[in-house]
Design a binder for this molecule. Structure first.
Ligand code: UDP
Ligand code: MG
Length: 328
């Protein structure tokens, strides 16, 4: 089985030759047929020159160069489209991931999984990365039900079908295991050896945590309600509308008791409940109409989206083959 290794690259020129050497050594020692696809995501250093040289020296190495920086998710997508292996591995270019782990990933996949996700058990990154990332992984587990220690590990192995079915764009590369699991693929994890960054610097700053959290909400929505948005929006809408109606009914009762029953209450116009109830009813109605718009989009534009994932099929029926043969 051929292995395609995809390496997204943003200004990592110092690491690329050593990385290529390590990958070749690991694969050759274990008789693994492979290809390496470097995707240069708009580097401004000499990364592309190095990639071009490597591809001349070894025909198993190739490169794709973006016109500008489009992000790691786009780089991985371009690599996945170009890959022709039965198995696809992604690996960071900064030498933090160790190519010597490749055989372990292959054996783990063979025990019956579709995705093997790396887990940097002893992580050699600064503390301001390590601790927030623990919280982030916990939040993903809590919200999606897929409990992994290291969702965003740069080292992952998948069967080729997985790369055909998941769509990663923006910064959704952090959610590859979640997106794969949502389509029924079996996901597991494997502790990996992590190394300190030797050259260059990390491409992600503190902004990643807020963005990551917003993306987590998007992924939760897409995987949970992507095909039935009204169940979420309409659900929220009905609750809000119901609460608002209750508030107004209460105020109506007070109005009647005062004006018809002759009892004495504060006038309803001066009560905060009036404003809250009206706002709640309006927001509720709006959420339901938003839900209808979302449903319209799916009904009329979602025709080509595969909403299901086929694991296998039986062989074609004998009578079907015979009837096709007879008609020719
Ligand atoms: N990367 C990329 N495009 C980007 C940002 C990063 O291709 O816009 C690559 C980068 O060159 C590296 C990998 O993605 O190979 C992971 O990035 P980095 O090591 O900076 O992330 P960290 O390990 O700090 O989470
Ligand atoms: Mg790194």
């Amino acid at each position: 089985m051929k292995l395609s290794i995809i390496v997204p690259v943003l200004n990592e020129s110092e690491s690329l030759i050593e990385l290529s050497r390590e990958i070749i050594a690991a694969c050759e020692q274990n008789n693994i047929p492979f290809e390496v696809i470097f995707v240069d995501d708009g580097s401004t250093d000499s990364s592309w020159v190095v990639i071009s040289e490597c591809s001349k020296l070894d025909s198993r190495i190739s490169g794709i160069r973006f016109r500008r920086n489009f992000g790691k998710a786009a780089a991985l997508t371009a690599g996945m489209r170009a890959a022709d292996g039965d198995l696809v591995m992604m690996m960071d270019a900064d030498l933090q991931d160790d190519p010597a782990e490749i055989p372990k990933f292959l054996s783990k996949l063979e025990t019956g999984f579709d995705v093997v996700n790396g887990w940097k058990q002893r992580r050699l990154d600064p503390w301001h990365k390590v601790y927030p990332s623990k919280v982030f992984n916990w939040m993903i587990g809590k919200l999606t039900g897929l409990w992994l220690h290291d969702h965003n590990c740069g080292l992952k192995l998948f069967r080729r079908e997985v790369t055909h079915e998941i769509r990663i764009y923006g910064e959704l590369h952090r959610f590859i295991p979640v997106l794969a699991a949502a389509r029924g693929f079996k996901v597991t994890e494997l502790p990996v050896h992590h190394r300190e960054r030797q050259f260059g610097h990390s491409k992600y700053g503190v902004k990643r945590f807020l963005r990551g959290f917003l993306d987590l909400l998007t992924v939760k929505f897409l995987t949970g309600y992507g095909q039935r948005p009204q169940h979420l929006l309409g659900g929220i809408g009905f609750c809000l509308f119901g609460l608002g109606s209750l508030g107004l009914a209460f105020l109506a009762a007070i109005w009647m008791l005062t004006n018809i029953g002759g009892m004495s209450f504060d006038p309803i116009g001066s009560r905060p409940l009036l404003a809250y109830s009206m706002a709640s009813m309006l927001l509720g109605a709006q959420a339901v109409s938003l839900g209808f718009i979302a449903e319209l989009l799916i009904a009329y534009t979602g025709r080509d989206v595969e909403t299901y994932s086929v694991k296998e099929r039986t062989a074609p029926r004998v009578d079907a083959i015979e009837s096709t043969a007879a008609s020719h």
